[in-house]
Design a protein around this ligand. Structure first.
Ligand SMILES: Cc1cc2nc3c(=O)[nH]c(=O)nc-3n(C[C@H](O)[C@H](O)[C@H](O)COP(=O)(O)OP(=O)(O)OC[C@H]3O[C@@H](n4cnc5c(N)ncnc54)[C@H](O)[C@@H]3O)c2cc1C
Length: 379
């Protein structure tokens, strides 16, 4: 679908594809099995500008667009979905709200280190009682003098173990739910901040998922991000962009499932011929590719809309919903095409299957995406 892309976007995609094949692919399985964060790769990605693709060069970004960002996250996730979400959570969920809602001072202070990958970012919205109902935040922030004092605990923060900069949502007007939460920039070296439980997960095991505990954690008054009590808007606008990142991650997993299956179907012989000769297998491959392209087009459209400054809330939800369900189906089909071998660790398709599932859950489950889409259709 290169005809839909600019020369710069194709160049960026091809550069990232080469980097991912040469640097990420050889270590992806081993890192995942050993729950190892790919620190060297993230450092290199930062040096290449991949941790700040869609942000202006004046803050240290690569000065490209969101279509380029989606292409890059797809190429990375084609080989390693863990690395894909590390980049995506950092860029979409931390750099984006600071760039969009931050004061000039906040942008100057935090963006150069984040966009270059010198510091990693993490987004902390979820709590034990606040998942899909993200306005039910119990963590509180109380202004005392020139500090916000934060107390509570957040769950499931991607990059939580490595991150030095958090965008964190806390209640500043308890009882008011979505109208009483605010966003804060919290640095991990702040006294009163600590990492709690690290989740043991089904997939994306090279990325950390952490509990964040805040005990009288004193954050400078100036670290309020956006307006007081308007943190729900910050979170929702941020998640629109985040959903593009997860759609791109899902596309990478779907393409990996397809490409590995195509190769295997040509190589594997049964009944004295390649299994690719059987119509049953051909139809699976055809369906996988059609679905992948449909999801790609939705993601491309939503990214284009973001680049053009349009409201893309519904389109981001559509892209994320479609791409995540396509990834799950493609990974399931890939195991079917690989037969019993697909169920073993000798082939990557079992990893794709485990990784695909998360794309239907985080940054809004599939049910929540359908809710967003339906709400927009009915409004
Ligand atoms: C690996 C991983 C990484 C994550 N990374 C982050 C992160 O970086 N930052 C962060 O803040 N959070 C993160 N999350 C949290 C994630 O976004 C939530 O888990 C997700 O939004 C769902 O919330 P929940 O788990 O509490 O499920 P629940 O909200 O309890 O949902 C349970 C089920 O009920 C359904 N449901 C809930 N409400 C409705 C409704 N109104 N209508 C229909 N169905 C409904 C859901 O779709 C789901 O099927 C991460 C989670 C995981 C597992």
């Amino acid at each position: 679908m290169d005809f839909l892309l600019t020369e710069e976007q194709v160049m960026l995609r091809d550069t990232v594809s080469k980097f991912a094949k040469e640097r990420i692919a050889p270590v992806a399985s081993d890192n995942e099995k050993n729950h190892r964060y790919p620190a060297d790769i993230i450092k290199e990605a930062g040096e290449m500008g991949l941790m700040g693709i869609a942000y202006p060069s004046e803050y240290g970004g690569a000065g490209m667009d969101y279509v380029s960002y989606f292409l890059a996250v797809e190429e990375i996730s084609r080989w390693c979905a863990s690395t894909g979400v590390i980049v995506s959570a950092h860029s979409s969920l931390v750099c984006d709200p600071i760039y969009r809602f931050g004061t000039e001072e906040q942008k100057q202070k935090f963006l150069p280190d984040l966009l270059s990958g010198r510091k990693i970012g993490s987004f902390s919205l979820t709590e034990a009682g606040a998942g899909s109902d993200s306005g039910a935040t119990k963590t509180t922030a109380v202004l005392k003098g020139d500090k916000w004092v934060l107390n509570g605990s957040k769950l499931f923060a991607t990059n939580g173990k490595e991150a030095e900069v958090f965008v964190l949502i806390a209640s500043t007007n308890p009882g008011q739910k979505t109208r009483g939460v605010s966003a804060f920039i919290v640095e991990s070296n702040t006294p009163g901040y600590k990492i709690g439980k690290l989740e043991k997960k089904l997939g994306i095991k090279s990325s950390s998922t952490a509990e964040i505990i805040l005990e009288d954690c004193e954050v400078p008054k100036d670290n309020l991000l956006g307006d007081l009590n308007k943190g729900f808007k910050v979170a929702m606008v941020t998640l629109d962009g985040g959903r593009l990142g997860i759609a791109s991650q899902a596309l990478g997993i779907a393409r990996a499932s397809f490409e590995d299956s195509l190769k295997y179907a040509k190589e594997r012989h049964q009944f004295d011929e390649p299994i690719a000769n059987f119509q049953a297998i051909q139809w699976m491959l055809a369906d996988m590719w059609v679905e992948y392209e449909a999801a790609w087009l939705l993601t491309w459209r939503a990214s284009m809309m973001k680049d053009k400054g349009m409201n893309y809330n519904r389109e981001a939800a559509m892209a994320k919903l479609k791409a995540s369900e396509v990834a799950m189906k493609a990974a399931t089909t890939a195991i079917q095409i690989h037969g019993g071998y697909g169920y073993t660790e000798d082939f990557n398709v079992e990893r794709y299957f485990r990784d695909a599932k998360i794309t239907e859950l985080y940054e809004g489950t599939s049910e929540i995406q359908r809710m967003v889409i339906a709400r927009s259709l009915l409004s």
